[in-house]
Design a protein around this ligand. Structure first.
Ligand SMILES: Nc1nc2[nH]cnc2c(=O)[nH]1
Length: 456
């Protein structure tokens, strides 16, 4: 029988995950064994001869977490695009166009993070809110300030979240306000120091928290800044994140200033790598898609924020069909909801509106883009496995060698909208309902790398 000495934790109960895009796996009763390093050692089902005896031994040793009826073990969610300093702004000004929203709300707020103590008053609340909503991995934009950005990395470590944190770069005086800008030289020096500081944080020996090179977007950076950051990305083999072709205005800006698309600009600057995450990526050409696939870069699809700011619909169907790497992002606070479960619903809604179109003056056949919908299972795959691939981490499903980043959804939690009457739902129905209706109140327990980080 399997030795249990090396195990720190075992969870037994109903389990869902989506190892294959567009499909799912369900076990009514599974046993997930987790080693001391927080990695999954094995996943057993009732068909395994050892299942019952091993469960009993683990229970007797006090190592078994047994789920109750109505509780489901699911992979932790991956949020590929979060603006941490915008948390106090969530829900404000979302009826404005992107440019005005940035100038009127975002830049004045982000400038306040020069004060590290202000950052330390905001960031713990956000990281806790994301964990409580089931986000075990988050890819963060911080601000231009090193101390506040390092503080965010420290707070992720303290609370146990898998964090990818970027100190933001903005050095173009024609686009950045005078109160929120850095020089090219200082920005590059600070970025290099930031990479080293985050990698050396005490307690980060396993690399739970990683630095990310973060040019805000083409308009906010000079060509020298983009080039310099490209060199740092190569030298330090770092992740890169940025906004890509998010709106008409952003797309037109790149054409006017470089005569190129954002993807081509990032590629030429050395910023399009297998560790790059491109948020939004709305106005992609076929050449852009091919370049992203060739580089094995990833897209962070942010469906709700796109409905506010993008001026067009995301080509999610094409991105999935062409096998580009893609995951989901909340884009807090370009969208106000800190839940990747909600983002799954938004991704489906976004694609349905695209498919049907909106202009009632046109005949039905000409109104939308036929065949462009995405399914709930595809959305959930993006939120878990797709996100894991984008951050180069073995997370998002239950298999040996993957990190135990997981959550328990409880349909019977107080104030739940999940109604799962006996005998009325197939396993697929159940999973779709869990994706659509899981809210913070339903998420009982969250683990990251085997460490319990939420329990309520
Ligand atoms: N959604 C979004 N788009 C941006 N483009 C440049 N900065 C931002 C930002 O903070 N949010």
């Amino acid at each position: 029988m399997q030795q249990i000495d090396s195990l720190t934790l075992a969870v037994r109960g109903a389990l869902f995950h989506c190892p294959v895009k567009g499909d799912f796996e369900h076990h009514e009763d599974a046993l997930v064994l987790v080693g001391a390093d927080g990695q999954i050692e094995s996943v057993l089902t009732q068909a395994d001869p050892e299942f019952a005896a091993l469960s009993d031994t683990l229970a007797a040793a006090g190592k078994l977490t047994q789920l109750a009826p109505g509780q489901y073990l699911m992979p932790g969610m991956v949020d590929l695009h979060v603006h941490a300093p915008q948390w106090p702004q969530a829900g404000k000004g979302l009826d404005l166009p992107l440019y005005d929203w940035l100038q009127d709300y975002t830049f004045p707020l982000e400038a306040r993070f020069e004060d590290e103590s202000f950052a330390r008053s905001v960031y713990p609340h956000l990281v806790n809110a994301l964990l409580a909503n089931g986000t075990t991995s988050a890819v963060y934009f911080a601000t231009v300030h090193n101390p506040a950005s390092v503080a965010l990395a420290e707070i992720c470590l303290e609370q146990g979240q898998r964090g990818y944190v970027g100190k933001v770069n903005m050095d173009d005086p024609s686009q950045c306000p005078p109160y929120y800008i850095e020089t090219t030289e200082q920005g590059l020096a600070d970025t290099e120091a930031f990479i080293q500081q985050v990698r050396a944080l005490p307690g980060n020996e396993q690399g739970l928290v990683n630095p990310v090179i973060t040019p805000r977007f083409v308009p906010s950076c000079t060509a020298d800044m983009l080039k310099g950051l490209g060199k740092l990305a190569q030298r330090y083999h770092c992740h890169v994140q940025t906004h890509c072709s998010e709106s008409d205005w952003a797309r037109d800006y790149s054409q006017e200033h470089y005569g190129q698309t954002d993807v081509a600009i990032y590629r030429d600057m050395g910023l399009l790598t297998s560790r790059t995450i491109l948020a939004h990526s709305i106005f992609l050409t076929d050449e852009d898609m091919a370049a992203i696939r060739d580089a094995n870069a990833a897209i962070a699809h942010c469906p709700l924020s796109n409905m506010y700011f993008a001026n067009a619909a995301m080509k999610t169907r094409e991105v999935l069909d062409r096998d580009l790497q893609v995951g989901l992002g909340t884009d807090l606070a370009g969208a106000p909801i800190p839940s990747v479960f909600h983002t799954c619903l938004d991704a489906v809604n976004h694609s349905r509106v695209r498919e049907d179109g909106t202009d009632t003056h046109r005949p039905a056949g000409e109104r939308g883009e036929a065949g462009s919908r995405v399914s709930f299972l595809e959305a959930y795959w993006m939120a878990t496995v797709g996100g894991g691939l984008a951050i180069d981490a073995r997370v998002g499903l239950f298999a040996p060698g993957y990190a135990f980043d997981a959550l328990v959804v409880d349909a019977n939690a107080p104030d739940s909208d999940l109604y799962l009457p006996e005998g009325m739902d197939s396993p697929r129905d159940l999973l779709e309902k869990l994706i659509c209706l899981t809210r913070r109140a339903n998420i009982r327990t969250v683990w990251v790398q085997g460490r319990q980080v939420i329990n309520k």
